[in-house]
Design a protein around this ligand. Structure first.
Ligand SMILES: *Cc1c(COP(=O)(O)O)cnc(C)c1O
Length: 399
């Protein structure tokens, strides 16, 4: 029988009534440490007092006017994103997939404006995830998300991650650009080597094609940098941002250089809700904190401490954890057991994490965690590994 909610998600039988900082509380008062943060969204933790204040203040004033009029909060947000990134201009959306859609359209329109409308193809990489719209499932190229939805949208060519030779050979007269995540998120916290990112930037420049980055998951401080590409010392032409940008309020953004955005003139693109006063107020609130002096540095330090502790855990539990990878507070444990088993064993320890491709368990805590949360998660992982081992021994004994 069909449920009132379309059953596209395999949900855990868990619900939460309230949240504070890194913790969520169930209706019966049980507390969970949230190292999933709603899939890298709740970047400042739950009900951060500053975000509650900016949201409620704006809510009492004005919610929505559409983009037919000026929205001062949106202008301020755009100016701040521009001031703190490579970008000259921003388009606001409600989600990551929409930010990628804008990026794809912009890349095509750029070449069209340059008199080369045949350049409409983006090169993407295996293991990528760019969202669930028809264009973004085609861009991501994952069979499990494409299956049954008819013909793939043309304009995407996929090559193996890290294989620059194949990528270079794939660039031709119909190429518009290269689209990638600096660290593949859903694909299993698979980071690009920084040297490879530099090389890709050079290859794009030589070929006259655009570098488009999907920083929907890696962006807004997640890796300890405002945007992850800063680590490689490169800049993209176009970048999609979302998830952590709203700290839990739905908002996305497509950032671009003036040159890359040259085709996006009046009337070429739109969004009814994109960057409305509420969304802009909350995203500005997120930036108030993420851009504070020392904030990103602290994310890097905490990330390093957590990663070192996870590496020790991986040594001690090498039957369960194969390796640890990632940057800042975007970390993954590649498992030897099914990753779903470790996620479930951690739920038993009252810790929330998120599974990913390549049999990885993702740790994506709010960026505001402190050492006590790090201690707590390390203890919980240790206990979860012990529980998995014990269950396995019992099973083997019974066979
Ligand atoms: C989550 C995600 C998306 C899609 O974002 P939605 O808000 O779910 O549409 C796109 N790209 C990456 C890298 C993501 O992690």
């Amino acid at each position: 029988m069909i449920t009132p909610i379309l059953p596209t998600y395999g949900r855990a039988d868990l619900e939460f009534e309230s949240g504070e900082g890194a913790y969520l509380t169930t209706p019966t008062g049980e507390r969970y440490l949230d190292f999933g943060a709603g899939v890298a969204v709740v970047s400042l933790g739950h009900t951060h007092p500053h975000l509650v204040e900016v949201l409620t203040t704006q809510a009492a004033k004005l919610w929505h006017t559409s983009n037919l009029y000026r929205i001062p909060g949106q202008e301020r947000l755009a100016e701040r994103l521009v001031a703190n990134s490579f970008a000259d201009t921003v388009f606001f959306t409600n989600s990551g997939a929409e930010a990628i859609e804008c990026a794809i359209k912009m890349a095509r329109k750029f070449h069209s404006a340059n008199g080369a409308p045949e350049r409409d193809e983006l090169i993407t990489f295996e293991g990528a995830f760019h969202g669930r719209t028809l264009a973004t499932i085609s861009a991501g190229g994952q069979e499990k998300y494409l299956e049954g939805f008819g013909r793939r949208m043309p304009g995407f060519v996929q090559v193996p991650m890290g294989d620059l030779k194949t990528m270079k050979e794939a660039i031709g007269p119909t190429t518009a650009g290269v689209l990638l995540e600096p660290i593949e998120g859903e694909g299993g916290i698979r980071p690009w080597e920084l040297a490879a990112l530099k090389a890709i930037r050079e290859i794009c420049d030589e070929a006259g094609v655009l570098l488009v980055l999907d920083e929907v998951q890696t962006g807004v401080g997640r890796t300890g940098y405002f945007y992850a590409h800063e680590m490689a010392g490169i800049t993209p032409d176009i970048l999609a941002s979302a998830k952590g940008l709203g700290g839990g309020f739905p908002v996305g953004a497509c950032l671009a250089t003036e040159d890359a955005a040259k085709g996006m003139t009046a009337g070429t693109h739109g969004s009814t809700f994109g960057g409305n006063p509420l969304a802009a107020a909350v995203a500005n609130g997120v930036l108030d904190i993420v851009l504070e002096e020392g904030f990103l540095e602290r994310v890097r330090e905490k990330g390093l401490r957590l990663k070192q502790k996870l590496a020790m855990l991986a040594d001690e539990n090498s039957d369960i954890i194969e390796m640890v990878r990632g940057e800042g507070l975007m970390l993954g444990m590649k498992c030897k057991c099914p990753n779903t088993d470790l996620v479930a064993a951690l739920v038993d320890q009252h810790v929330l994490t998120v599974g990913a491709g390549d049999n990885v368990v993702r740790l994506l805590p709010p960026l505001i965690i402190d050492d006590t949360h790090i201690e707590q998660v390390v203890e919980a992982i240790s206990a979860a590994c012990a529980a998995l081992r014990a269950a396995n021994t019992t099973k083997e004994g019974a066979e």
